[in-house]
Structure formats: C-alpha cells, structure tokens
Design a protein around this ligand. Structure first.
Ligand SMILES: [Zn+2]
Length: 247
C-alpha cells in the first residue's frame, strides 16, 4: 500500500542500505528497511532524508519481520526550512517528540496533520517559530493524552489565575505553594498559573484561531514546555540551552 510518510530518522546500514523510521499518515510510527537506498545515484533519491514528506510503498513480507520499503518519491522536501539553521532546529524538536512519544504502528492521523502543518508554518518566513512550536507541542501533548490544563489547586481547590503554582508532569495535577509542602517532588515544574491558561487555550485542537501567545510570553511558555519534555522525553535538550533566538 502506498502511504504518505514523514521521514523522521534515516540510518545507513552496511554499504548500500538504510533503516528508515517514518510517521505514516495511515499506520503511524514505522521502521522500514530500504535496500540499495544509501549509494550515490540510488533510485530513491532524497526521499528518505529526515524531515521530508514522501510517498512510500512497502510492506511486511512476513508477519513480525521488518517492514520493507520498495518505492519512494518526494511530496515536499521542506527545502526552505532546511536551508535556515534556526528553523531546522525548531523542526528537529518535533522529530524528537514524535520519535519518543508515538506508540509504534498505531495510526495518529490528527497528529500527522498537525506535524505537517507545523513544518509548513516553519517554512513561512512570516511565521514566529517559537509560536508555531508552542502550538504544535501543546496540541501534540493533548492528542497523545498528556494535555496541559489549567485549574484550581487539586488539594485545597483555591484558584489564583496569576500566582506561582506547581505542575506535576506525571499526572497533570496542580498544587498551590501551600499544599505542595511535603509532597513528592518528582516531575515537579514550578511555573505560574497564567502559563497554564495560555497553553490550555493554544492547545485546543479544535481551536481554529491561531491562539497566538503574546511575544513577551513566548520565552516563559517555551521554557515551561522544555521542563515538561525533560520529564517525558529521555535526553531532551532544552531549547534554552541552544543558541536559538526565541521569537
Ligand atoms: Zn492548595
């Protein structure tokens, strides 16, 4: 069956072959073996380059064995994105999220569309890369069942829309500073309630508006997401650790 695939990772195997991990619109996260795809002038061209949207054709020859890729052609190489190092970094964060959090061989069509939209947004020079990242990340977390919600302290039920709060990444609980005393500190993120409100609004998948984050809040919101992904994605490299302007 021919399917649309976003190439996430492509590793050379032996002299002429590649092992390709891709996000298929129809089948979710798959890893396939592409014989003869690594040499110069091979028939697959650049269709297995990471961050490329391609049509791929392949199948499992025997149940339980590696997927074999037979044919591939590029739909969108996102060339303008790949020629801008900053935007390329931003795109790479999505690749790491997808590789770490997508369950294998499980269709996630809305997350697939969201990922393609993110790469298209990043390709547009007018688009704020940090804003696009926050939109992608908050919606992707929601689709995967880790949505970020704002609300009252889960212990005393007091709600302060602007004050400091503790967000527990493992279960999404919110605690006020008073109730957080003496609690288990694993997967704690200290933040403020306004950041959760902003993320909740932007993270609504049905939100047809752009759900823009005000420019001066991009840094703090991206920083909060960094801490969430540090708990969820092994080896997450924080955006703030990269020489990347947040704009
Ligand atoms: Zn409380």
């Amino acid at each position: 069956m021919e399917q649309e695939a976003l190439i996430l990772r492509s590793v050379r195997y032996a002299e002429h072959d590649r092992v390709v991990t891709f996000f298929s619109a129809q089948e979710g996260l798959l890893t396939g073996f592409a014989r003869g795809s690594a040499g110069l002038g091979n028939r697959f061209g650049a269709s297995f380059e990471p961050l490329t949207l391609s049509h791929v054709l392949g199948r499992h020859h025997v149940e339980g064995t590696l997927f074999r890729l037979h044919k591939a052609s590029i739909i969108n190489a996102f060339s303008s994105l790949k020629s801008d190092l900053d935007r390329f970094y931003w795109a790479g964060f999505a690749v790491r999220v997808l590789l770490a959090l997508l369950p294998p061989a499980h269709p996630e069509p809305s997350l697939f569309s969201l990922s393609i939209r993110y790469l298209n947004d990043l390709s547009s020079p007018e688009c704020s890369p940090a804003g696009a990242w926050i939109r992608f990340a908050s919606r992707a977390l929601g689709i995967l069942g880790y949505g970020i919600h704002s609300g009252a302290c889960s212990s005393c039920h007091q709600q302060d829309r602007t004050g400091p709060i503790i967000y527990q990444v493992s279960d999404g609980r919110i605690l006020c500073p008073f109730c957080s005393q003496g609690e288990e500190k694993q997967s704690w993120v200290k933040t403020d309630a306004e950041i959760l409100f902003l993320l909740e609004r932007v993270g609504e998948v049905d939100n047809q508006g752009d759900g823009e984050i005000p420019g001066e809040r991009l840094g703090p919101v991206a920083g909060f997401l960094d801490q969430v992904f540090s708990c969820r994605v092994p080896g997450w490299k924080e955006i703030s650790s990269l020489p990347l302007p947040i704009r």
